[in-house]
Structures are given as structure tokens and as C-alpha cells.
Write a protein that binds this ligand. Structure first.
Ligand code: GLY
Ligand code: MN
Ligand code: MN
Length: 431
């Protein structure tokens, strides 16, 4: 196990820290689904990014002095009995030897040692408001640290979310290779689902197919709860019931992506359960596809993240006017935001360790500009629920198409393009 990449990330980040500061990154705790039945443990993404270490109730402290920096980690102690029940623990010795921290302590010592460690610091940075109970702990430790020397300077507490988020925004080669694998596994699952949907009876049948395909190819966990939405359910943006019997005339919208070695993929395809789009389904689908392809072309170095957004809104507005779903001048309707009744979400988000990767979207007062190594989703949609005041023939059609786009020096690479998105390719795969 080569953990030097994580050590290098800690060193790189420490170079951006102010002098006499401490950066604190708490790890995740076990989460319970019911009584004492726990969910499979998932390490906090920031913690993992800086350590590669996957044990609960741990804490990283990166200390920046005048020029020097060092990193400490608190970890669960070695414990024979607990290891019989729950598995191997590296312990403080393993954390130094295998994970290359400068120092490590049992996590039972956090409360005692943190005020000592923070004594003399002028700034304490950590992701504020992200972990339950942690804000109060930091306040208690810094208050204690100050009380150890009444003549010392005030310790300022600062939010480190942007600092870490922006480090995570540009993916290194290691990260890109893992996201590529996650995308491939998810893409294959979508292809398999398209081939099999005609023989399926329900959303749940198809959800189980995705889970099986992900897991057997190495993506045991899903990057998010999948949306397997047939017909009108596609108009519920966060639909996760995934249990309705199919009406064979409906479209099926599936937004599903696996996690591979902690990295997310995020793909949506919408396809006809029967294997053949109806006239109205196809008309809506083609508008979304045009919005999608044109928006992807706007993902390139130097453009800002609102360019794909804006072009997708314009294409969708124009398409809706052409079909009679909106009336008026497309440019004026776009300015008025009339498309928002049909297309109410943003075009995409950063992708990485988190499916909605916790990185900023603005640099100062400006929208972020694309740089090589960023990965964004592009995911326009049109949703026409039956409560809308439109001709009945459109009701219950919901379409979203979503791909994962890596910004390169030359332009971009669509990491999920192997899943067909053109209607004729989808239909021929399904036949
Ligand atoms: N799957 C979550 C999203 O597309 O944002
Ligand atoms: Mn997405
Ligand atoms: Mn998605």
C-alpha cells in the first residue's frame, strides 16, 4: 500500500495554511440504520482525501509553524476484543508506519491533548458546520488552549471548507483513473439495463439489476440512492421509492452511479420501457439531447460554469416554444425564466469523492472558470407532470440525460459516453 499521495496532499495543503495555524479534519463516525444495526462505514471525503485511512472516530491535525509543518492523526486504539468483532485496526503505530503521519495517538486522548496541541496557534481552521457536535468541541479546545496562557493571542476559528474543497476540485491522475473506472462500471450497468428492461416488471426489478451489475464489477457501494422512475415518477426530481409496476408505454428515467474506491460516477439515461419512443416522448427527448450535447461543448478551459447552463436553458426554451408548450418569443421567455416550470434544476455539479463534490462554484464574485482536471456532470432535463396546464399528450413525460465530463487541456472528455444517448442507438440496443 503506497500512501505517499495522501502525505503529499497534506504537505501541499499545509503550504496554503497561515503561519501558526492548525487545520482539523474530523473523520466520520458509524451511522445506524436501526437499533444497533449500522450502515457500512463510509469515511468522510475530506478525511479520506488527506489520509486514505478508513477507520471511524479519527481526527487529522495539520500543524503549520513558521516554516515547518507536521501532521498528527488520532485513531481508534488497538483492541484485541474489538478487532475480533469488528476487524483489524492499524492503531497509532500503524497510522505512522502505513499512513505516514508524523505522530499518532489513541482517539481516547483527543480531549486531553487537543488544548495542548492548539496552545500557541493563532488560527484554527476546520470545515465549519459539517459534523454534528464538532463545532462545540473546537470551541471548547480553543477556549482551553487560551486559558493555558492568559497572555497569548486570541485563537481565531476559520472555515476551511473552501480551502479543502478547492484542493479537491482539480483531480490528480490517481483520482481520474478511479473516477474513470467508476464511470465505466456504471456505464456498463446502464447498457445492461437497456438490454433487459423489456423483460422487467417494475422499477425494483431494474434497481436490483443496477445494484448487481455495480457490485459484481467492483462498485459495491452506490454513489447515491438511485432514481429508478417510470412515467410520471420521473417528474419527482428526488424520486427514490423505486417500486412501481411498469406501464409498458412509459419512459424509464434511471439516475444511477456506483462508487469505486471512494470515487463517484453519476449517469442518467431515459429510455422507453417498450423499446420504442412514442412521437411525443421522442420530441421532448430530442430537445434535451440537443441541450446536453451543446452544453457539453461549452465545458472547456476558460469558459465559466454558467455557459453550459445558459445554453441549455435557451435550447430548452426554444424547443418548448416549437412544440407549443411555451408561447412567445424564445429570447424574452428565456429572460423571464419561463423554462423553469419544465427545467427547474441546474445543469450540473462537480463530481469526485462526493457525488455532489464539496467544492466551490464561485471564485470571489465571479463564477468559476473551467480548468484541466475538473470533472462536472452535465444533466439537462424536461419534466411535464400531469398537474401542469398542457395538452394531455405531454403529461407524464420526464426526461433527463446526464454524463460526467472531464475538462482537459484541449477541450473535454465525456467519461460516460459509452452509454448510448441517441434515440436510434438506444432503440437498436434494446431490440
Ligand atoms: N444523482 C444526483 C444528481 O444527478 O445530482
Ligand atoms: Mn448529477
Ligand atoms: Mn445523477
Amino acid at each position: 500500500m503506497d500512501n505517499t499521495i495522501y502525505k503529499k496532499r497534506r504537505i501541499n495543503l499545509s503550504e496554503q495554511l497561515p503561519k501558526n495555524s492548525a487545520l482539523l479534519i474530523p473523520g466520520a463516525d458509524i451511522q445506524y440504520r436501526n437499533a444497533d444495526s449500522a450502515y457500512a462505514f463510509r469515511q468522510d471525503s475530506n478525511f479520506y482525501y488527506l489520509s486514505g485511512f478508513c477507520e471511524q472516530e479519527s481526527l487529522i491535525v495539520i500543524l503549520k509553524g513558521d516554516d515547518s509543518c507536521s501532521s498528527i492523526v488520532f485513531v481508534p486504539p488497538k483492541d484485541k476484543l474489538k478487532e475480533i468483532w469488528d476487524g483489524y485496526r492499524a492503531g497509532p503505530i500503524g497510522a505512522v508506519e502505513q499512513y505516514l503521519f508524523d505522530k499518532s495517538y489513541d482517539n481516547s486522548e483527543i480531549e486531553k491533548l487537543m488544548p495542548e496541541i492548539l496552545k500557541g496557534c493563532e488560527q484554527v481552521l476546520y470545515p465549519i458546520g459539517k459534523k454534528n457536535g464538532f463545532d462545540q468541541l473546537v470551541i471548547d479546545w480553543t477556549t482551553d488552549a487560551r486559558s493555558k496562557d492568559r497572555h497569548s493571542k486570541t485563537i481565531n476559528i476559520l472555515d476551511a471548507s473552501s480551502l479543502i474543497g478547492n484542493a479537491r476540485l482539480i483531480k490528480d491522475d490517481h483520482e481520474i483513473s478511479l473516477i474513470r473506472i467508476a464511470c465505466d462500471i456504471s456505464a456498463e450497468a446502464h447498457i445492461e439495463a437497456m438490454k433487459n428492461v423489456k423483460d422487467a416488471d417494475s422499477e425494483q426489478d431494474i434497481e436490483s439489476l443496477y445494484i448487481h451489475e455495480f457490485s459484481k464489477n467492483g462498485g459495491r457501494f452506490q454513489a447515491y440512492t438511485p432514481i429508478v422512475a417510470s412515467g410520471e415518477n420521473a417528474c419527482v426530481l428526488h424520486y427514490t421509492e423505486n417500486n412501481k409496476k411498469f406501464n409498458k408505454k412509459d419512459l424509464l428515467l434511471v439516475d444511477a452511479g456506483c462508487e469505486y474506491e471512494m470515487y463517484a460516477s453519476d449517469i442518467t439515461r431515459t429510455y422507453p420501457i417498450s423499446g420504442k419512443f412514442s412521437k411525443e416522448q421522442l420530441e421532448i427527448y430530442e430537445i434535451v439531447l440537443e441541450a446536453m450535447n451543446t452544453a457539453i461543448d461549452k465545458v472547456k478551459v476558460g469558459n465559466n460554469i454558467m455557459e453550459p447552463q445558459e445554453i441549455s436553458e435557451k435550447i430548452i426554451t426554444k424547443g418548448l416554444v416549437k412544440l407549443g408548450l411555451l408561447e412567445g418569443d424564445p429570447e424574452k421567455l428565456h429572460k423571464e425564466g419561463a423554462f423553469k416550470d419544465f427545467y427547474m434544476h441546474k445543469i450540473g455539479h462537480w463530481l469526485g469523492l462526493d457525488v455532489h463534490d464539496a467544492c466551490d462554484y464561485m471564485e470571489g464574485d465571479e463564477f468559476m472558470k473551467y480548468k484541466p482536471g475538473m470533472i462536472t456532470t452535465i444533466e439537462p432535463g424536461i419534466y411535464i407532470s400531469s398537474s401542469m396546464d398542457v395538452d394531455d399528450k405531454w403529461k407524464g413525460i420526464g426526461v433527463r440525460i446526464e454524463d460526467d465530463i472531464l475538462v482537459t487541456k484541449e477541450g473535454n472528455e465525456n467519461l460516460t459516453k459509452k452509454v448510448p444517448s441517441k434515440p436510434d442507438e438506444i432503440e437498436s440496443l434494446m431490440s
